[in-house]
Write a protein that binds this ligand. Structure first.
Ligand SMILES: [Zn+2]
Ligand SMILES: [Zn+2]
Length: 211
């Protein structure tokens, strides 16, 4: 019985939406629900999961587009969790307008993350790590019991997050990668917001942005 993670590559920007579940209690949370993420409802029903919360690594539109759908699955709505430093970005529709995309109005976040906070999924704990740079309130979700880190848009296989969008900061991004990611055990599995999974060791060896 442990923490399990399912990956759903979805939407026009090839986002990874993640479903985290405690296999003992069948409690679950969804991370970064993107466009077209209603496909995940099938899995939630089939596996008889109880979805409890929606966690956002950051507030760019492609990571929050499905938040309303999942929040409104139940009454009262399921809490949406976000770092408060990304609230302005969230309220602006996650800069969807910069990309010429119309966003629906989203429910207000009611769970505010801070660095070092422990979140629960049934009997499993997941740690919040504040890692700004791609956006001011970007966070990582760390599950040491399965050596797994959800990295959002901080670091990818052979890449790093862009820092040219409002609130981005290149120096901060590299500091976050060095202090918050590369300091973890090298075998740690990295599950990014876009593209294939990797490990800290693989990126330390091969990522051209890390010298
Ligand atoms: Zn982003
Ligand atoms: Zn993204």
């Amino acid at each position: 019985m442990s923490l399990e993670i399912k990956t759903f590559p979805l939407g026009p920007l090839a986002n990874n939406t993640y479903l985290l579940m405690d296999s003992a209690s069948l409690q679950a949370v969804i991370v970064d629900p993107t466009f077209d993420s209603y496909h995940i409802l099938d899995t939630i029903l089939k596996e008889r999961l109880t979805l409890n919360q929606i966690w956002l690594t950051h507030a760019h539109f492609d990571h929050i587009a499905g938040a309303k759908l999942f929040s409104e699955l139940r009454q009262p709505p399921l809490p949406i969790g976000l770092h408060p430093a990304d609230l302005d970005l969230y309220h602006s529709g996650g800069i969807a307008s910069v990309f010429g995309i119309d966003m629906i109005a989203l429910p207000e976040p009611s769970l505010f993350f801070e660095d070092g906070q422990h979140l629960e999924i049934g009997e499993q704990a997941v740690e919040v790590i504040h890692a700004p740079g791609h956006s001011p309130g970007h966070v990582l979700f760390y599950a040491p019991q399965i050596s797994t880190l959800l990295t959002g848009d901080l670091i990818f296989k052979n890449g790093v997050g862009r820092t040219d969008l409002p609130g981005g900061d290149g120096q901060q991004l590299m500091a976050s990668i060095y202090h918050q990611v590369l300091s973890l055990p090298p075998e740690t599995r990295l599950l990014p917001g876009h593209g294939p999974e990797t490990t800290i060791q693989e990126e330390a060896d091969n990522n051209p942005y890390l010298t």
